[in-house]
Each structure stands twice: as structure tokens, then as C-alpha cells.
Write a protein that binds this ligand. Structure first.
Ligand SMILES: [Fe+2]
Length: 392
């Protein structure tokens, strides 16, 4: 299995430079959401379906945008039924709504769930011949479809930069990823003014998700000079500015830098991939509904410790990027531990059941292999060790 996994990863790594990677056209800076209608209109896109969720709507983030669309004479409809961990059924309903409205473009305004649900709906419209479960995995879509703009309102998932969408199967409740360069949004708006109202706990959790993307990309065997640069810069910014935005959510400059860092981490992990932290975090999310960022936050340090000294040369570089005077691997892991504590995120969970260890470990191994180019392939015993250390 190990040899096959490594072969698969090598094949993907070799193919990566030849894939049609794009980066979304960016509008960046506080207040830049107001330029989105013009960006769409310049491309002759007149009928825009805005996808969002109840939280974004209640926070009042949509009103000014809808007014601007109207002022420009564009036709807009709003679909606000996305829930956390969007299901395949939800994505299919959204696809129907897009077709009914005869949209020229989709604008997703929200967190990772909103953006991923819209990505999946767009894939369904582009490939009416395939179901979502038939498009799970790598490069099964191969058609871009409607113009798609992503507007993150949480600074963490980096979904506005990535070629992936995570969907929960409505029948089996299994989470799976669609991964295809077609899923990369055509445009992304990084407007930090949209993130200042984000509650403290969510700010901390999604920020730790971004940090996990950056660290897992940096220690990945599929890293490149470009992904290293993006990931190291994301680590530098997050270590410094996450505690600031956690303590003072109104600090717009730090909010801007955290949003930028989450985007950089997204650019890094979409090519270098994620690893065992995410493989386990997805299981904790599916099994116990532990929010994704919180699961990553509790797992990051135990997984890095389980990798052991083999990843220290990589962590030394991150320690230097983070500005630590003592640039060794253990010091960087300790910095991550202190950061989690300073954000008041839990070190583990009481929900975990010892009887669930085998199923969780097997599911995490299935997710990680062969896709994730992890620095050290875990055994079931490694997974147990990590689970034990987060079992409160
Ligand atoms: Fe994540």
C-alpha cells in the first residue's frame, strides 16, 4: 500500500505542472466588494445568482452589494439555503436554482461551506451527465462551467483559491472532496471589512484551519518553491496577526493580513495538498460534529509530534519564518501549542469514544492514502496515538 500510495503521489506531482492551473482574478482590500458588480458587468454577465447562508444575510453583509447590482441594472437572485457541511442534495437544489434563474454567473458570499456548495453546484451544471459522487476524487469534472466569483467572509478555508470542494453525501453522511482545476474560482474578493464581525471563537477556529493548511502544505512531499513561499508567508502572518484579531476583531489591518494569509495558504495547499491532520479532522467533524477549524487546532500539534524528528528540518524553516530566535522543530511545535492556548481553543474532546478509534483511524487512513503526500505515512497505531492525545 505504501509503495502504491507513493507512486500515485509521484504521478500526480509530475502531472501538476501540466494541469491548467489558474489563479482567480483578485479584488483585494477592505471595501473592494463594491467593485464586484463592475467586474462581472465588464464580462457581459448580467444575471447573477448570489449564494449565501442565513448567517451572512443576518449580519447585513449582502444589502450594499445587492443595491450596487441594482444600480447597474443587473438582475440578481439570492439563494441562501446553504448550511454548514453542505450535502450533495443541497448542491443539487442549488444547481436547479441556478438553471431556473438562467444565471450567467454565480457569486458565493460566505465561509467555506457556501463557497464549496456553489463549486459543487457549478460542477453539476457543467457535467449534467455525472452525479457528484461520480465526480469525487481527482480530475473528474474537466469542464469549467459558469463564471464563478468567491467572496470569503471567514478568513480560513482558502476555498476561494483552491481546486477543491468538500461535500457530505446526503445518504451515507460521508464527506468527500471533488478536486479539479476547473473548480478554481474565476474571481475572488478579499474584502477584510466583511470579516470584522466574525465572532471570536470562529475567528480563532478558521484561522487555525488556515494555519494547518500552510503547515501541512509546507511539510508535504509535493511541495514546490512556490507553495513553500506561500505557506511560509502564511505562517508568518498568522502567527503574528491571529492573536491580534482574536483579541481585537476591529483591527482591520490585521484582519486584512489574516485574510491574505488564508488565501496564500489556499494557494499552497491546492497544489501541495494537506495531510494527516486534515484526514483525522474530517472524521471528527463527520462523527462528532466538531467544527473543522477546532478539530485541526486540537490535532495539529499531536500529528506533528507523531511525525517525529523526521520533519524537524522543515519545521526549522517555519520557526525561522515565524521569527523564533530558537529555530528548531520542537520550538515551532511549542509555538503552535501556545498559539492554540492563546486562542482559547480546546486541546482535545470528550466526545471521542475509545470504541470509535478503529473506524476513525481506518477512515482517516483511507482519506490520506494514496492522495495526501504526507511526510511520514501513518499506521493505524500512529492514528491511535494521536487520538489518545486528544481524548479528554
Ligand atoms: Fe481545512
Amino acid at each position: 500500500m505504501q509503495v502504491l500510495s507513493r507512486l500515485y503521489q509521484s504521478a500526480f506531482y509530475i502531472a501538476t505542472p501540466f494541469l491548467p492551473w489558474r489563479t482567480p482574478e483578485l479584488l483585494e482590500g477592505p471595501g473592494t466588494l463594491k467593485h464586484l458588480p463592475a467586474l462581472l458587468q465588464h464580462r457581459n454577465l448580467q444575471r447573477i445568482l448570489v449564494v449565501t447562508d442565513a448567517g451572512v444575510e443576518q449580519a447585513g453583509l449582502l444589502g450594499p452589494l445587492l443595491d450596487l447590482f441594482e444600480q447597474k441594472g443587473m438582475t440578481v437572485d439570492v439563494w441562501k439555503d446553504v448550511t454548514p457541511d453542505p450535502t450533495s442534495t443541497q448542491a443539487a437544489s442549488l444547481a436547479e436554482a441556478v438553471k431556473r434563474f438562467d444565471a450567467d454567473a454565480i457569486a458565493a458570499v460566505g465561509g467555506g461551506s457556501v463557497i464549496d456548495c456553489a463549486k459543487a453546484a457549478r460542477a453539476l451544471i457543467a457535467r449534467p451527465d455525472r452525479s457528484l459522487s461520480e465526480m469525487r476524487g481527482v480530475l473528474k469534472i474537466r469542464r469549467r462551467g459558469l463564471f464563478f466569483a468567491a467572496v470569503p467572509t471567514t478568513a480560513g478555508t482558502g476555498s476561494e483559491a483552491t481546486a477543491a470542494a468538500v461535500i457530505t453525501d446526503a445518504d451515507t453522511h460521508e464527506k468527500y472532496a471533488l478536486i479539479d482545476t476547473c473548480l478554481i474560482p474565476d474571481a475572488a474578493v478579499l474584502d477584510a471589512a466583511l470579516t470584522v464581525q466574525l465572532p471570536k471563537r470562529l475567528t480563532a477556529a478558521v484561522g487555525m484551519d488556515a494555519l494547518t493548511h500552510a503547515v501541512e502544505a509546507f511539510i508535504s512531499r509535493s511541495r514546490t518553491n512556490e507553495t513553500d513561499r506561500h505557506a511560509a508567508e502564511a505562517v508568518r502572518l498568522l502567527v503574528k496577526h491571529l492573536p491580534i484579531v482574536y483579541q481585537n476583531g476591529d483591527n482591520l489591518e490585521s484582519r486584512r493580513l489574516v485574510l491574505h494569509a488564508a488565501h496564500l495558504a489556499g494557494l499552497a495547499f491546492t497544489k501541495a495538498f494537506i495531510g494527516n491532520v486534515h484526514a483525522l479532522a474530517h472524521q471528527l467533524g463527520a462523527q462528532y460534529r466538531i467544527p473543522h477549524g477546532e478539530a485541526n487546532a486540537m490535532l495539529l500539534v499531536p500529528v506533528l509530534r507523531q511525525y517525529g524528528s523526521r520533519i524537524y528540518p522543515r519545521l526549522e524553516k517555519l520557526a525561522a519564518a515565524a521569527g523564533l530566535s530558537q529555530t528548531d522543530g520542537a520550538a515551532f511545535i511549542e509555538l503552535l501549542n501556545e498559539l492554540r492556548q492563546s486562542l482559547d481553543l480546546p486541546a482535545g474532546t470528550e466526545s471521542l469514544q475509545t470504541a470509535d478509534y478503529p473506524a476513525i483511524s481506518r477512515a482517516a487512513l483511507r482519506e490520506a492514502n494514496p492522495l495526501y503526500p504526507v511526510p511520514v505515512m501513518f499506521s493505524e497505531r500512529d492514528m491511535y496515538e494521536v487520538l489518545r492525545s486528544i481524548h479528554l
